[in-house]
Design a protein around this ligand. Structure first.
Ligand SMILES: Nc1nc2c(c(=O)[nH]1)N[C@H]1C(S)=C(S)[C@@H](COP(=O)(O)O)O[C@H]1N2
Ligand SMILES: [Mo]
Length: 198
């Protein structure tokens, strides 16, 4: 039996083309890290194509039931980080609070400072997508998205909005911040959908 070899092959299958595994956790974003001194000013909005828009306070959001999630993440700048352990709130848990209008097909994730990223509704609703609060046993640091970041591990990591403050439900796809600046509208790492011409 070539167990060693099989393990190697399994690991390779997890690393998309053009990616290199890193042990570290690089920090990447546009603009400055938000500074919070009063969480009573933080809220989370679900808006757009829902029957009734809602706003969830920081206290209520943090009280939502959490789960553990295990995944690999792939950044478009070619690093991948395997075996992440997260604590977070499932998308399903948050979505219990609104009723989607039937026209909703896409979402725009809204983060601090007006930063946005778009994805199809079905990708947002996958049971592997979640709102992350802790990573590898520690509270998210400010530069990794404290207090809450989106995690959509099956797409390039730029879709995983740090400092997320809301989700907008839309009928048609619309480019977010990096998508307006040449990144792919969908961003499947296994298809190397890095830029809009890929
Ligand atoms: N709000 C916000 N979220 C963001 C970004 C950003 O500029 N602003 N950059 C994205 C990009 S390009 C990447 S690769 C990941 C990086 O997350 P990390 O710094 O935790 O590794 O965050 C994503 N989420
Ligand atoms: Mo990125």
């Amino acid at each position: 039996m070539s167990d060693g070899k099989q393990t190697q092959t399994a690991a390779n299958d997890r690393v998309p083309p053009g990616q290199t595994v890193t042990e570290g956790f690089p920090v990447l974003h546009y603009g400055s890290v938000p500074y919070y001194n009063d969480m009573s000013k933080w809220d989370f909005r679900l808006f757009g194509l829902v029957e009734q828009e809602i706003t969830i306070s920081h206290k209520d959001f943090m009280a939502l039931p959490r789960q553990e999630f295990n995944n690999d993440i792939h950044c478009v700048t070619t690093w991948s980080k395997l075996d992440n352990v997260w604590e977070g709130i499932s998308v399903q848990e948050v979505m219990k609070r609104v009723k989607l209008k039937p026209e909703a097909r896409y979402v725009m994730l809204h983060a601090e400072h007006g930063w946005t990223t778009n994805l199809p509704l079905d990708d947002f609703l996958r049971d592997t997508s979640f709102f992350g609060i802790r990573h590898n046993g520690q509270l998210l640091t400010p530069d990794h998205g404290y207090p809450v970041r989106m995690v959509v591990p099956h797409l390039y990591f730029w879709k995983s909005a740090k400092w997320i403050r809301g989700v907008e439900f839309m009928e048609r796809d619309k480019p977010g911040f990096w998508e307006r600046n040449g990144y792919h509208m969908y961003g499947d790492p296994f298809k190397e959908q890095r830029y809009d011409f890929d």
